[in-house]
Design a protein around this ligand. Structure first.
Ligand code: 8YV
Length: 336
């Protein structure tokens, strides 16, 4: 190692990434990257973070007080994700570590996928494909895989941030759906008009929507937003789609509701304890299951990764991140 390179900040990329991400970071930092994509234990992660000023993280990398206490050189964790429930923001602020996420660049791609998953569940796309692949298709029948209508039906969105609004616009403008939404706080009138969405209580939404889509961030407060009681409020013909986070839905209760046909179908991209999936969900036919891919187009994944890079360079080289989460709290403590 040359004397120049030892003076450069050191950065850890915690999962495999696009090679040009490494190239861009290497212009400014000494970079260690997990290109073999090994899932490090918390102890290995701590060990790799020794002497690192920055970490490029993804949603599966937990940054908490125990880790921070052992990584005194760490200054920033840049998440390649809009969600940041893998970060303990209080602990990061207390340790003087900046957190950043990757908003906006994935909004439309993720809204596309939420809509696709909702449509696949309603129109029984994977269930009928499995039937065909199993050689069970012998003839046409009037009610074969008859599903639920999309156009003209009522779309209920829980969590009306940027992605929720994108789904609302698709439903209202593209499919003539009536859109109702529930959110911690009501949107301003202009945004409601843009999305053609009407604010209702969670109970009214669950009782009236033909298709419920969850786009709420995960926190202790949103844990099991949908459980047995909420599923019982839904129409028996309704679908439920979760593209938010595992833990927003009680997966065991959902599997029971699907098995007993208390709701018609579900589309799930996220799971409690993923990549493990509740075994009861694997055995019910009326659920479309995908492995957390809502943001997965090459263009969007690249944009998310580059925004994380911009945050690392912005903060460690120029003193200002692009999309920080706790900059105000660091400023108050005089650590930014
Ligand atoms: C990511 C996501 O693929 O951005 C998010 O919050 O859930 C996904 O887009 C995942 O978190 C990897 O970091």
């Amino acid at each position: 190692m040359t004397s120049t390179s030892t003076q450069r900040p050191r950065v850890l990329i915690t999962r495999a990434v696009f090679p040009d991400v490494i190239a861009r970071l290497s212009e400014h930092f000494d970079v260690e990257s997990n290109q073999s994509d090994v899932n490090w234990t918390p102890a290995e992660l701590v060990q790799r973070l020794q002497g690192k000023a920055g970490a490029f993280t993804t949603g599966s990398i937990a940054i908490n007080a125990a880790l921070l206490a052992q990584c005194p050189d760490l200054k920033i964790c840049a998440n390649m994700a809009v969600g940041y429930n893998n970060f303990d923001l209080d602990a990061m602020s207390a340790a003087g570590v900046l957190a950043s996420n990757a908003p906006d660049v994935l909004t439309e791609t993720t809204a596309d996928f939420g809509f696709a998953l909702m449509m696949a569940a309603a129109r029984r796309v994977t269930e009928s494909e499995h039937f065909l692949r199993a050689g069970q298709w012998k003839s046409w029948r009037y009610d074969m895989f008859a599903g639920a209508e999309i156009h003209g039906s009522t779309l209920g969105i829980i969590g009306m941030g940027r992605i929720g609004q994108g789904i609302a616009r698709r439903g209202a403008l593209g499919f003539g759906m009536q859109v109702v939404y529930h959110n911690r706080s009501r949107l301003d009138a202009t945004t409601e008009a843009d999305c053609k969405a009407r604010y209702v209580s969670k109970e009214e939404l669950l009782q009236t929507a033909d298709h419920v889509v969850l786009v709420v961030p995960y926190s202790a407060a949103s844990h099991h937003t949908i459980g047995a009681a909420e599923l019982a409020l839904m129409k028996t013909t309704a679908t439920l789609t979760n593209i938010a986070r595992g833990g927003i839905v009680d997966d065991a209760a959902l599997a029971a509701a699907l098995r007993d046909k208390r709701i018609a179908a579900a589309g799930l991209d996220v799971f409690e304890g993923e990549p493990n999936v509740h075994p009861d969900l694997l055995s019910v036919p009326n659920v479309v299951l995908t492995p957390h891919i809502a943001s997965a187009t090459m263009g969007t994944r690249r944009a998310m990764a580059m925004l994380a890079v911009d945050n690392l360079i912005g903060y460690l080289v120029h003193g200002k991140a692009v999309t920080p989460l706790n900059a105000d709290r660091l400023v108050q403590q005089g650590t930014a």
